[in-house]
Design a protein around this ligand. Structure first.
Ligand code: ADP
Ligand code: MG
Length: 697
């Protein structure tokens, strides 16, 4: 459907201006100068001729089909141009004009109107508020900037127009080859998922780079991104609290919390870029290299220092370095002095010249054990950087360019010049070993993404929706928008989440009967719609041992509650199974303005709250996503075998996260849910929710 927008045969420039320097003039000039092979039709009510092309007074006068109309007229005139375009049968509009939803409610109304008109005619709109479209393969520069990108296979879609143009310039420095560059602007009609879908089918695009400030349809983005047939790298701006505010006023879209975005992007199987440099580095490796076929990374260096730095970075990136197998070691040994090292990193020592580099790089690239190669060079007085550069390129060419290789050259001007020649030959090269390792990590992340299973969520069949419905309706009927603990637990239980058995007693006698049934000792807690934090009200007794104690505790709890809040309505006292102590964790859910229901996981306790050590995913969550979610918290070591304790039952935890994600998806009226704490036991022993809270929208 976007074919005519992104691969037009004819382009009209509506608002083409006679005056050089005006946007309407520059767009036309750039389009002509960059050599667009199709027809170009300038439109301006004044008529005449601009840059040797006849100007039409209106779109309706153009004597040809118009695939794409690039619109640069003032905002208030845009609606009538859109109407004309519709009547003319134009397929797509790229509206450069600003002054729409980014400016406030009035602009938003204007924007809504043009979208409505376009829909009526079956036209698609890119923008408004964009810098335009560039394509190196189709020779299109429909922007007001003469700065076109370095040609290649990456397509960048950017929510910031100025940054897009700046990035076009930078691609020449970084040698990141570009196919298309698309400014997406206010996303009034065409959104990120639409463009993703188009570029999955575009053979000239090998990698998609996204600069995102805020997503309008977060869920749709995940759904589409996770089915990509090529790598997607995303730079999400506005991850700081202040940055998020800046982005919101910038694009008129709300930015969700940074942690939610990070989780959602993992789920979307998108490679995350930390900053602009990282964005370029990752687009570069992914466009030039194939992901490694195995996880063995070999580092070859001529300097111990850069070797150690690269080892440190490898560890930070989760890349485990192993020593090469014996036969490879023997081969490598041939190219180093006695005091060199055949361990990983392989140290050729400062004596190494182009000969040693060629020999070892060739040996490593041809050995099946090596999945990816890192080649480091420190400028020394002994050898010419250019010769080393040539040797690396030659070895890579001779190997057939199949395995991924990243290079780092550290040194002065001569070394940097040599590095440029490596870059020009399509080998990613960086000015520090850390950067090389980071770029490689991006490639390995994509290799992991490729190995992931089916992204589809398979709902659990053994859930009891009606039971949940009844509990929610009953609370509503009493005018409550929150559930009492035992109700929240019943809801969880209906979805197959193990909870500590909880019943409500309305008298001491009933409490005793329930305790007898449950089995002593028990836990007893206050049940009151007016008491949220039960412990604060002296309303929690853990380990009530005898029937006599149960009776006393019942009265004590009621007494405490009345003291705490004299007008508190008291429903009764719960009698609960005493769950053995486990590792206390939290599984929660909330609603994000952009992604809808999201689930959260973290460890219980004050420390974790202070450290904000929580991971998020958008619901529903597959067990595979839940696994990642559990493993990405900082305190993850507590889940493994830790200080003589056996590993925790992560399998049960994953399932519960997944089940809760299904619950909040099935019941959109649940606006918040907290299973806190959940006692997590050793492997095979499961878990138990001991306190729960649910708030309804
Ligand atoms: P509050 O409303 O104050 O959060 P909780 O229900 O969370 O009250 O109880 C306080 C603490 O008592 C919990 O954090 C947990 O450590 C312990 N606890 C509560 N219920 C049980 C139970 N059924 N079995 C074992 N321990 C429990
Ligand atoms: Mg609690």
């Amino acid at each position: 459907m976007l074919e005519r927008l992104l691969n037009p045969r004819t382009i009209a420039v509506v608002g083409a201006s006679h005056k050089p320097g005006k946007v309407g003039h520059e767009v036309l000039r750039n389009l002509i100068n960059y050599g667009f092979p199709g027809k170009i039709y300038p439109v301006n009510p004044k008529g005449g001729e601009i840059l040797g092309l006849r100007v039409y007074r209106s779109l309706l006068e153009v004597p040809d089909e118009v695939d794409l109309a690039v619109i640069v007229v003032p905002a208030r005139i845009v609606p009538s141009v859109v109407e004309d375009a519709g009547r003319k049968g134009v397929k797509a509009l790229a509206i450069i004009t600003s002054g729409f939803s980014e400016t406030g409610p009035e602009g938003a109304e204007l924007e809504r109107r043009i979208v409505e008109t376009a829909r009526r005619y079956g036209m698609r709109i890119l923008g408004p508020n964009i810098v335009g479209i560039m394509s190196t393969s189709k020779r299109i520069n429909a922007t007001f900037s003469g700065l076109t990108p370095y040609p290649g296979s990456v397509t960048i879609i950017s929510q910031s127009g100025a940054l897009l143009i700046a990035m076009a310039g930078r691609t020449w420095i970084e040698k990141v080859g570009i196919n298309d560059m698309i400014s997406i602007g206010n996303m009034s009609d065409i959104t990120f998922p639409d463009l993703l879908q188009y570029y999955y089918g575009d053979e000239s695009t090998k990698v998609i780079g996204l600069y995102i400030e805020g997503l309008k349809k977060g869920r749709e983005f995940i759904e589409v991104a996770r089915r990509a047939n090529k790598p997607i790298v995303a730079l999400k701006a506005g991850v700081s609290r202040r940055g998020a505010l800046a982005a919101a006023s910038h694009t008129g879209s709300l930015a969700g919390s940074a942690a939610v975005y990070r989780g959602a992007f993992r789920q979307a199987r998108v490679v995350w870029a930390n900053d602009l440099d990282d964005f370029f580095d990752k687009m570069l490796v992914l466009s030039l290299l194939r992901p490694p076929e195995n996880g063995h990374v070999l580092i070859i260096t001529n300097g111990g220092g850069v070797g150690v730095l690269s080892t440190d970075e490898a560890e930070r990136q989760g890349i485990e370095l192993e020593d090469p197998p014996k036969d490879l070691k023997e081969e490598l040994r041939k190219y180093m002095p006695e005091f060199g090292s055949d361990k990983n990193p392989v140290d050729l020592t400062g004596m190494a010249t182009d000969k040693e580099y060629y020999g070892t790089v060739s040996a490593a690239l041809s050995h099946p054990w090596v999945g990816a190669l890192v080649v480091l060079f420190c400028e020394t007085a002994l050898t010419s950087p250019q010769k080393v550069a040539d040797a690396i390129v030659r070895a890579y060419d001779d190997s057939g360019r199949t395995k991924p290789i990243v290079v780092s050259f550290v040194g002065g001007p001569e070394t940097m010049k040599a590095a440029d020649t490596v870059k020009e030959r399509g080998i990613p090269i960086y000015k520090s070993p850390e950067l090389a390792l980071r770029a490689l990590a991006g490639l390995m992340e994509y290799a992991r993404i490729l190995k992931k299973g089916e992204p589809e969520f398979r709902p659990f069949g053994d859930v009891d929706r009606e039971r949940v419905r009844r509990v929610l309706d009953a609370a509503r009927a009493e005018g409550r928008s929150f559930l009492l603990e035992h109700e929240a637990k019943e809801v969880l239980e209906a979805y197959g989440v193990p909870v500590a058995r909880t019943r409500v007693a309305s008298s001491p006698e009933e409490a005793v009967a329930l305790a007898r049934e449950t089995g002593l000792p028990v836990v007893m807690k206050i049940v009151s719609p007016d008491i949220v934090h039960k412990s604060d009200a002296g309303g929690v007794f853990v380990g009530v041992r005898t029937e006599e104690e149960v009776r006393e505790t019942f009265n004590k709890i009621v007494e405490n509650a009345k003291k705490y809040k004299p007008d508190a309505r008291i429903v009764g006292v719960t009698v609960q199974e005493l769950a053995p102590q486990g590792l206390e964790v939290i599984v929660g859910a909330t609603r994000d303005p952009q992604f809808g229901p999201v689930v959260a996981f973290g460890l219980g306790g004050v420390m974790v709250e202070a450290l904000k050590d929580v991971s998020f995913r958008v619901a529903p969550v597959t067990p595979e996503d839940a696994e990642e979610m559990v493993r990405e918290i900082k305190a993850r070591d507590l889940l493994g075998p830790f200080r003589g304790q056996k590993p925790r039952d992560v399998g049960a935890l994953k399932e519960v996260i997944s089940r809760i994600s299904q619950l909040v998806t099935d019941f959109p009226e649940i606006s918040e849910l907290d299973a806190n704490p959940v006692m997590l036991y050793g492997e095979g022993e499961g878990l138990k929710v001991v306190d729960a809270r649910i708030i309804l929208a």
